[in-house]
Design a protein around this ligand. Structure first.
Ligand SMILES: [Mn+2]
Length: 307
């Protein structure tokens, strides 16, 4: 059995300032490459949340329907909710891009009630999902080959001073009933193995922010090749342009852009403060969710300390 493991994808229709190409075309070229790869290798796709960049970017819906319809019969894309897919993080997500694709059965959302079980294998392969904000489901059986897709701040390092990710190696040690854990949320590629068990993150497939990490990241996915008692994990590249041609950081040098960004940020903080019981927590979340550069985060945290 083959499985394609993908972390955050961030399909989008509006081109961000850090891209010099067309985000819609490039992000879907990458996605269609994955669909084609899945068909050629008879592989299911497991995606760990943030498949789309915005929760209600309906301009992506038509192409998502086209792309997912190209998956061969019997193959599926399994996903979970990332915070980018949830509409203001409410429970009513039916009218989101992901909710619509789920309701027309073009993808499958894993949760406590919905686990995939491949029982033609010995041991059987069970795939579990844990969306953003959910508790990790305990596997029903410990002696099956258990895979978990999770959208949670699990990483190998702090990305900014107040960052407090769950340590990937500790998570792997503690979730010992899982053989493979695929993480989404932190846009960082990692692969840690302990005694034949693995925790993985592919990083972001579509590099939309002009941070130093993204400029150097080479998009790809993990291919799981599992046969009875035989597991092989390989890193497969997704064809992409060099960041030197497809990306730009020129906007960071423009005073007009920076002033507009600061004004937008102050407005957001104002809005948050009116609604929130813990604005600092919300600011941290906002900074994390929007992949604000580390130097800007440092300035903001310094100001918050002075508050
Ligand atoms: Mn993401």
């Amino acid at each position: 059995m083959k499985l394609i493991l993908l972390s955050d994808f961030h399909l989008m229709s509006k081109t961000p300032v850090s891209r010099t190409d067309d985000a819609f075309i490039t992000s879907f070229n990458k996605f269609n490459y994955i669909i084609d790869y899945a068909n050629k290798n008879n592989a299911h796709i497991i995606q760990a949340g943030d498949l789309t960049h915005a929760s209600r970017d309906y301009n992506t819906l038509h192409q998502l329907i086209n792309s997912l319809s190209m998956l061969d019969d019997g193959l599926n894309l399994y996903t979970i909710w990332g915070q980018h897919n949830q509409y203001y993080r409410t429970k009513s997500n039916d009218a989101t891009t992901l909710g619509i694709l789920h309701s027309i059965k073009l993808l499958n959302i894993l949760n406590k009630e919905n686990t995939i079980i491949y029982d033609t294998y010995v041991p059987a392969v069970n795939v579990y999902g844990c969306s953003w904000g959910e508790d990790v489901p305990p596997p029903e059986e410990a002696d099956t080959f258990n895979i978990l897709a999770i959208h949670e701040s699990i990483g190998t390092e702090r990305l900014f001073p107040e960052d407090d990710p769950i340590d990937a190696e500790i998570f792997l040690r503690e979730a010992r009933e899982y053989n493979i854990i695929l993480c989404g949320d932190i846009h960082r590629q990692f692969h840690i193995e302990l005694d034949g068990r693995h925790i993985l993150n592919t990083g972001c497939a579509f590099r939309y922010s002009g941070g130093e990490y993204e400029l150097n990241h080479k998009p790809g996915f993990f291919l799981i090749d599992y046969d009875t008692n035989n597991l092989n994990i390989s890193w497969e590249k997704i064809p992409h342009e060099s960041s030197k041609t497809a990306m730009s950081v020129e906007h960071l040098k423009s005073e007009k852009y920076l002033n507009a960004s600061v004004a937008e940020f102050i407005n957001l903080v104002d809005e948050y403060q009116k609604k929130s019981t813990d604005p600092k927590r919300d600011i941290r979340e906002y900074l994390h969710k929007n992949n604000i550069s580390e130097s800007i985060k440092n300035i903001i945290f310094k100001e918050m300390e002075n508050d």
